[in-house]
Design a binder for this molecule. Structure first.
Ligand SMILES: Nc1ncnc2c1ncn2[C@@H]1O[C@H](COP(=O)(O)OP(=O)(O)OP(=O)(O)O)[C@@H](O)[C@H]1O
Ligand SMILES: [Mg+2]
Length: 455
């Protein structure tokens, strides 16, 4: 009898300590999960400071409102992607853990499947390990954040939402059928190889110990392991190399005409994507090229097989620094590095015009795109409706310039030299007995330009 009482007492005290540990962790989580980057310019010309005081700046969704399919990593509109995530989860369950990519400024991970020889199937970038996320594992970024945030951060971007930008780029790619961004969605994954705070690891360890000793108590825990991390998951594309590697080769060894034409078509798609999302990080190592050459005529293996088409493809990766809420106007311009390539001096082809002009000139389509981005971006804890509207004003301005450039037969280089435009949406209800909300769009030019500008 005494023993039973003792065990019960022990269980009660363990439960209490877990409860207090959970409470302190939750408190600390709430405290530190706020965007911890202070480099956003809240000066009056951005209008951001005012936004913070009004209700719209409050997150619209609380944790519990998040779609359950999101938590379960289920994407009803894309069973293939759902299956890919299942493969990743199974591999992690079987001890094949994601591996941090050594290069790069953030905590990004190669995720494998559980094949006999595990294959990389995706790249996972957790929100809290982004360059300025609270658990970024790279000390250089920590130093930047500490010593000189204004020089290294991009003040035109909403901080710590790179994973949404990755998924948003994929959404734009899908909507416009550009087909150059490897599929990317927001998922939740958990792995002991991710960077966790000491408190999360301690909490998980204590729960595990209690659960091992007192299984009946363990069953009461909602989650024994480490907390899942929200981040972007991008499908891994095989056989590609960083663009600068191939671009250098193309200089010495020009492409055959038909391949060149195909490459130009792919290049134009990259330009369209980057310009619409106003990518601020398109270096030549942030896009990939795959080139499978046509086998030479005298190769023996070619004798019996049908003639193979050469293949050239572009993959636009690393789209985490896009969707700014104002055009870059500080000391750096964040140019599109492709603007210096010879391909940027060739006018847009008819093929690309036929692909994107009908949709981009349609106001309803553009609004639909904004609405879908809203559905994606609003899931973030720090979502701010006012900032989102500003992001969309920049995007609409980019789309306006782009449609004009396509109609006038401009080149990508001429496109990036056009003045920066904002198209702001405002909603008003005219006075009268019947009140119908009307939307008006106002176009304006951003006058302030970056200190350094190359093109
Ligand atoms: N979807 C992908 N398919 C194939 N390879 C990829 C993919 N995504 C990334 N990689 C490879 O991983 C490398 C690092 O990826 P990425 O640039 O996205 O990471 P990062 O941590 O954001 O780095 P940084 O911010 O410094 O550019 C790339 O240079 C590329 O070689
Ligand atoms: Mg990169």
């Amino acid at each position: 009898m005494c023993d039973v009482l003792n065990i019960e007492q022990q269980q009660q005290s363990q439960l209490k300590s877990i409860a207090s540990l959970e409470q302190s962790c939750n408190e600390s989580e709430n405290e530190i999960s706020l965007p911890d980057v202070t480099c956003v310019n809240c000066s009056s010309n951005t209008g951001v400071s005012a936004a913070h005081s009004d209700k719209e700046s409050q997150p619209l969704l609380k944790r519990m409102d998040v779609d359950i399919s999101e938590i379960n990593n289920v994407f009803p509109d894309d069973p293939e992607f759902t299956a890919l995530i299942r493969e990743a989860e199974n591999a992690i369950d079987n001890g094949i853990y994601p591996e941090r990519i050594s290069q790069g400024s953030s905590g990004s991970y190669f995720v494998r499947n559980s094949d006999e020889i595990p294959k990389i199937i995706g790249v996972f970038k957790p929100k809290d390990e982004e360059p300025y996320g609270r658990l970024n594992p790279k000390w250089t970024k920590w130093m930047h954040k500490l010593c000189c945030p204004c020089c290294f951060g991009r003040s035109c971007l909403v901080p710590n939402q790179g994973y949404l930008s990755e998924a948003g780029a994929s959404l734009v790619d899908r909507k416009l059928q550009l087909n150059i961004v490897p599929k990317t969605r927001v998922v939740k994954l958990v792995s002991k190889t991710f960077n966790y705070s000491a408190i999360d690891r301690a909490k998980s360890k204590t729960k595990q110990n209690v659960s091992d000793r007192f299984p009946s108590v363990g069953r009461r825990f909602h989650r024994i392991g480490l907390p899942p991390k929200t981040g972007s998951f991008q499908q891994f594309v095989e056989g590609y190399e960083d663009a600068y590697v191939w671009l250098r080769r193309f200089e010495d060894e020009p492409l055959p005409d038909d391949v060149q034409k195909e490459f130009q078509s792919q290049f134009e798609r990259l330009v369209i994507l980057d310009y619409i999302i106003r990518n601020t990080d398109r270096n030549n190592d942030n896009w990939l090229i795959k080139y499978v050459k046509e086998p030479s005529n005298n190769s023996p293996s070619n004798t019996w097989s049908p003639k193979k088409q050469p293949l050239i493809k572009i993959a636009a990766i690393d789209n985490g620094l896009a969707f700014p809420f104002k055009h870059p106007d500080e000391w750096r311009a964040y140019p599109y590095y492709w603007a210096w390539l010879p391909y940027a001096k060739i006018p847009f082809s008819n093929e690309i015009k036929e692909l994107v002009l009908p949709t981009l000139s349609d106001m309803n389509f553009v609004q639909e795109l904004c609405d879908e981005l809203y559905d994606l971006f609003k899931t973030d804890k720090g979502f701010d409706r006012h900032l989102f509207e500003k992001q969309m004003s920049v995007m609409r301005g980019q789309i306006l310039n782009l449609t004009q450039a396509l109609k006038e037969g401009k080149t990508p280089l001429q496109l990036v030299q056009m003045p920066s435009v904002l198209v702001e949406r405002s909603r008003s209800a005219p006075r009268g007995r019947i009140r119908v909300m009307t939307e008006t769009f106002t176009q304006s030019f951003q006058r302030k330009t970056p200190f350094f500008s190359w093109c």
